[in-house]
Design a protein around this ligand. Structure first.
Ligand code: DQA
Length: 139
């Protein structure tokens, strides 16, 4: 069974309440139940933190023994050299995910410290972006 983790960064714990016009009305917990029901053939883990260092520690912890990391580092995508370096340091492939199409938004969201070392990037498909990322590890 493949081991995959979804790692969500800051403010994504507020999904469903936060800027619903951009991020939708669904909470991540509800969505995660649907994902687990859809992918019964994988071991799916989940971690969320608003704290940059906790995200880095989790990436280090899983980065040598998981088959894939689905990473929505949220605002840290655009600012965190530390998360970028963590992705360079590990062996597990990382798919960068965004709910919104960051390239259709403010220019500061066009910068990513993750993208140069990601296996791929999926953005703009709402929560379905996470499903596309998981599928990418299953082919
Ligand atoms: C986001 C896009 C980021 O620019 C933003 O800071 C987020 C969420 C997304 O999923 O669309 O918090 O990563």
């Amino acid at each position: 069974m493949k081991k995959i983790i979804i790692i969500n960064g800051p403010n994504l714990n507020l999904l469903g309440k936060r800027e619903p016009g951009i991020y939708g009305n669904d909470s991540f917990d509800t969505f995660l139940e649907e994902v687990r029901a859809q992918f019964t053939n994988i071991e799916l883990h989940y971690f969320q933190s608003n704290i940059e260092g906790e995200l880095i520690s989790k990436i280090q912890e899983v980065g040598f023994n998981y088959d894939g990391i689905v990473l929505n580092a949220a605002a840290y995508t655009h600012t965190s050299v530390g998360i970028g370096d963590a992705i360079k340091a590990i062996q597990s492939p990382v798919v960068e995910v965004h709910i919104s199409n960051v390239y259709a938004r403010e220019s500061f969201r066009h910068q990513s410290y993750i993208a140069p070392n990601a296996a791929g990037i999926i953005a703009g498909f709402g929560l379905h972006s996470y499903i596309l990322a998981i599928q990418s590890f299953l082919t």
